[in-house]
Design a protein around this ligand. Structure first.
Ligand code: NAP
Length: 304
């Protein structure tokens, strides 16, 4: 595990989108650590709209992994499907004492980075805050719930919480981390695929025929979650269905916006995770399997 975060640490943030831009900007503004960002374009300054203030920060941005060397902390904030593309950054930035905070959706965080991160430890992070890239040099962070991120209940998680001190990113150690991961995954395997495949905002979830589909997706996923030991209530599928119907009709979703922009989709980390876990436990997931086939076909037809 990375040593105490009360000392000055070397931090690298891979990806400067909504989540990474906000994290890199907040950490740089707090000024307690040496922060570099790893991006695909040079950038010298960034405006960061934090929940209580808008700040402009001078950034140190690398664009070539050959210029990087091992750091204490890596924050991996690309979309999950871009993890392979970020592999060269992980190889350059990870040493035996590095911890990689994987700030991505899904449940397979450690497996996703294992082949790139050498002996580095993976810290899975559930991201709750809203991060929006307004321009290449402008991001906005908004609190969505009491906690901005949830972490496993471990010493490594505490070191990450210490690292974030002085930033507005509120983190909790969650003894029910697996339950939270699955709770979020259940929402994500409904809202993201349906909006991306129909190219319609979340109002589409109100349709009766779509509700029949989403109920089936959720019931399959709930059975898999139970086999994974998530410890969710028996009513979780119905509860999630009711919850997503309360979401604003005009809201999009991350996968919806990626589909509209012609970007590859976070399908394997979301729907794919349910299908893979179902296969591990011998639980059939035909409806999620069908969604995954459609998402793969759509994603493979995208440019980036
Ligand atoms: N945004 C949210 O509110 C939110 C909330 C909860 C969870 N999440 C999850 O958080 C994760 C990050 O989402 P996001 O919304 O921040 O995504 P995003 O806005 O699309 O940002 C991803 C960033 O990664 C960069 N990137 C991709 N490949 C790279 C590479 N090889 N080297 C360097 N940078 C690379 C992209 O660069 P380019 O600019 O060059 O494309 C982009 O800046 C996802 O798993 C998402 O599902 C997001």
């Amino acid at each position: 595990m990375t040593s105490t975060a009360s000392s000055r640490q070397r931090v690298a943030v891979i990806g400067l989108g909504g989540i990474g831009g906000a994290a890199a900007g907040a950490l740089t503004h707090a000024g307690r650590h040496d922060v570099i960002a790893c991006g695909r374009r040079p950038l010298e300054r960034m405006r960061v709209d934090l929940p209580d203030e808008s700040v402009e920060v001078a950034m140190t941005v690398l664009t070539d992994p050959a210029d990087a060397s091992p750091v204490d902390w890596v924050l991996l904030t690309t979309k999950a499907q871009d993890t392979d593309g970020a592999g060269a950054w992980l190889r350059a930035l990870c040493g035996p004492d590095t911890t990689v905070a994987v700030m991505q959706n899904g449940i397979d965080h450690a497996e996703r980075i294992a082949s790139y991160a050498g002996g580095a430890e993976a810290l899975p992070v559930i991201v709750y805050y809203n991060g929006e890239r307004i321009a290449d040099d402008h991001v906005r962070m908004r609190h969505i719930s009491d906690a901005d991120i949830a972490l496993p209940d471990t010493d490594t998680a505490q070191a990450f919480i210490d690292l974030l001190e002085g930033t507005p990113i509120q983190a909790v150690r969650a003894p029910d981390f697996t339950a939270r991961q699955w709770q979020k995954l259940l929402i994500n395997i409904v809202v993201n695929p349906v909006t991306a495949l129909t190219r319609q905002r979340q109002g589409v979830l109100q349709r009766e025929d779509i509700q029949t589909l989403t109920t089936a997706l959720l019931e399959e996923a709930a059975a898999v979650a139970e086999a994974e030991g998530a410890g969710l209530p028996a009513s979780v599928a119905a509860d999630t269905q009711r919850l997503v119907l309360t979401f604003p009709h005009d809201a999009g979703s991350s996968m919806y916006f990626d589909a509209l922009a012609g970007r590859r989709l976070e399908a394997e980390a979301l729907t794919g995770a349910v299908v893979r876990a179902g296969a591990r436990h011998g639980i059939p997931t035909p409806m999620n399997g069908a969604m995954l086939a459609l998402l793969r076909a759509l994603s493979d037809g995208m440019g980036t």
